[in-house]
Design a binder for this molecule. Structure first.
Ligand SMILES: Nc1ncnc2c1ncn2[C@@H]1O[C@H](COP(=O)(O)OP(=O)(O)OP(=O)(O)O)[C@@H](O)[C@H]1O
Length: 322
């Protein structure tokens, strides 16, 4: 379990993370969403003790990261796949991590196999593609067989097979009772992977809820109806006290209606239906709706806005014995 309480991080005037309180629970995949610059990576860095909170607290299974003995055996993380020594082979990179955390060498071979990098184990990491780098970063996260896993944008650079693989990996890690905390901008992927969502905007908590509730609470669900006897159907629905929205394309929409009820009414009045389909907004639509006001970096056709570059997080470099 990861627990945040009033977690806050300021960089000068900028409040990157603002009083976040939530818990990431075991046994499920928790998605961490937010527009660019919302504070996701800063939060994750604070979980790993790579950044120190201005205020508040974050604990891993009740302990501060700095107090964990052999931290890789508690929490494995992928924050920045490029934050590794490019001159080392994949095998050596993992071996160094293993040795500093009391993990046996045999485990290095196991995780290389799990992520599919055994054939390139002796190749230097600097020659790796983005996707291979992601796999190596994931191998590092799995090395200590930790109860908690945290991935920042793990599907970045992965091909469709790789995306499918990481989705199943995360689900199976959660099914084993582990805590899995993952950020991604790929909403369709998140919708397939996460059971629970934590959403932040401009450093503040916007939602901490199940995937189903999040979509339901932040979007419109309705029944779409198409009928060649549109006018008669309208009369019947109005007669039954149902509010109908008429769309320009000739469709009818009933907010929050039950398709069974509408279908039965139509049948009772012998009205032909060509379509009767429940419509649920996608995670992407719900996310856009919730975060619309906290998006900092809008694209403009003629004035592209680029956030100020900042140093890459030093993943792995600060990990040490407690
Ligand atoms: N080391 C730093 N110094 C100054 N400002 C920083 C630093 N790290 C992050 N910030 C600022 O804090 C805010 C949150 O950044 P962060 O990278 O945590 O957001 P994010 O949600 O991970 O964004 P993205 O989705 O674009 O990766 C941003 O405005 C960013 O510019």
């Amino acid at each position: 379990m990861i627990e945040l309480e009033g977690l806050t991080k300021r960089y000068g005037e900028k409040v990157a993370v603002n009083n976040l309180t939530f818990a990431v629970r075991p046994g499920i995949v928790t998605g961490f969403l937010g527009p660019n610059g919302a504070g996701k990576s800063t939060t994750m860095r604070m979980v790993l003790g790579l950044d120190h909170p201005t205020a508040g607290d974050v604990r891993i299974d009740g302990q501060h990261y700095d107090h964990l003995r052999d931290p890789l055996t508690y929490i494995g993380a992928l924050l920045d796949a490029k934050a590794m020594h490019g001159g080392r082979s994949a095998f050596h990179h993992l071996l160094c991590l293993a040795q500093s955390n009391g993990i046996p060498k045999a485990r290095v071979h196991e995780v290389l196999d799990t992520v599919g990098l055994t054939p390139v184990a002796n190749k230097k990491a600097k020659g790796f593609s983005l996707g291979m780098g992601q796999r190596l970063g994931i191998a590092g996260a799995l090395l200590g067989d930790p109860r908690i896993l945290m991935f920042d944008e793990p599907v970045n650079g992965l091909d469709p097979e790789g995306i499918h693989w990481i989705r199943n990996l995360m689900k199976s890690l959660a099914a084993q009772g582990r805590t899995v905390f993952v950020s991604s901008h790929l909403m369709s992927e998140m919708a397939l992977t996460a059971d629970h969502l934590v959403v932040i905007g401009q450093g503040r908590l916007l939602a901490d809820t199940s995937m189903a509730d999040f979509i339901q609470q932040n979007s419109r669900s309705y029944v779409r109806i198409r009928s060649p006897q549109r006018e008669r159907l309208l009369d019947v629905l109005h007669g039954a006290g149902i509010t109908v929205v008429e769309t320009g394309s000739g469709m009818l929409e009933v907010d929050g209606g039950k398709p069974e009820h509408i279908g039965e009414l139509a049948a009772q009045h012998q009205i032909v239906l060509h379509e009767l389909s429940p419509q649920q907004a996608s995670l992407e639509e719900a996310f856009m709706q919730l975060t619309a006001e906290s998006v900092e970096y809008h694209a403009h056709a003629d004035t592209p806005h680029t956030p100020t570059p900042r140093p890459a997080p030093q993943w792995g470099g600060d990990w040490k014995r407690g």
